[in-house]
Design a protein around this ligand. Sequence first.
Ligand code: SF4
Length: 373
Amino acid sequence: MRVRKSAAAPASVRDFASVHASLLDWYDEHRRDLPWRQTSDAYAIWLSEVMCQQTRIETVIPYYLRFLSEFPTVMSLAEAPLDRVLTMWSGLGYYRRARMLHGAAQQVVADHGGRFPEAPGELRKLSGVGQYTAGAIASIAYGVRASVVDGNVVRVLSRLFAIGQDMRGGAGLQQIWAIADSMVPTERPGDWNQALMELGATVCTPQSPQCGICPLQSVCEGRRRGIERDLPRLAPKAKPKRWRRVALVATDERGAVLLARRVRDGLFGGLWEPPSVDADGPEEGMPRLGAMTGLTLKKGRCAHVGSFVHILSHRRIEADVCLVKDVKRSATTQNGAKNSTEYDRFEWVDTAMLSERPMTKFARKVLNAAPIG
Ligand code: SF4
């Protein structure tokens, strides 16, 4: 296979006939037995694709199985309260995905009678469904000739065609999409897409591509030039921004814990956590927490019980945790979260019920830092 120097797409689809055969044969023999590979149900495939974005497959599998058993159809997901959906998602991270999933399920029911549309253009009108997810659902569930590009596909194609452009930039990704589009076969487009991703996940891996066992080794330009380990080229990521927080774990006379719900459209939207504020340490944070919650947080009764660092993709949260016990409930915590732009509700929750609340890992770390038992 020849690679044109500045080509947006390779020479012709005809060139790919043997590539298709080699990769699909390899896929038939070596593909991992994943639960979503045993179904052609668009709903289940969509769910697996959304869960697998930014999360490892081993982590996803139990969540996928639990989620499907709780919400076996798109209708059941659409009808579920968001709180329940977020609880089932708790621990998977990137909670925006769960909120979008819930919204898209409602769209599928309202606009398409509960059946996912087949055309990628229609799929992309659904909440949270971008080019990748639309291509995956259309090709895998319905056999539509549509491409997918994820990190694995970027790696395989940039090596296969020895493309040296920065793959964090728009132009590089556009070129990969153009190549991926031109390569999708008419027969078995869904398997082809999954085979490319599988090759990237298991053979053409980031640090140590196993070219010796790769079904594409004889046509791989990156390998021929000996530059496969230098590809894809990725400009350095921006450093996560530092974010200082002070969190309050407050218990009342009965031992119930104060939780606050984050506003729906912000970071961690719709999830519960012990309330926290921006502050450079407990001295600065406690008065703000008192003002926000209306609780009387006297110095002698509030203890600084821990600090930890929590890394998100774009932020580094440095948190201090303070604990106050046996505090008297305030009117603010009973009637809403009027003094906050980050929270829309407060609730006192029995410790036995904490696991039922949808929470982030950050919130669990805050609770674990405070001895409330
Ligand atoms: Fe990747 Fe090596 Fe296969 Fe090329 S030959 S696609 S670099 S594993």
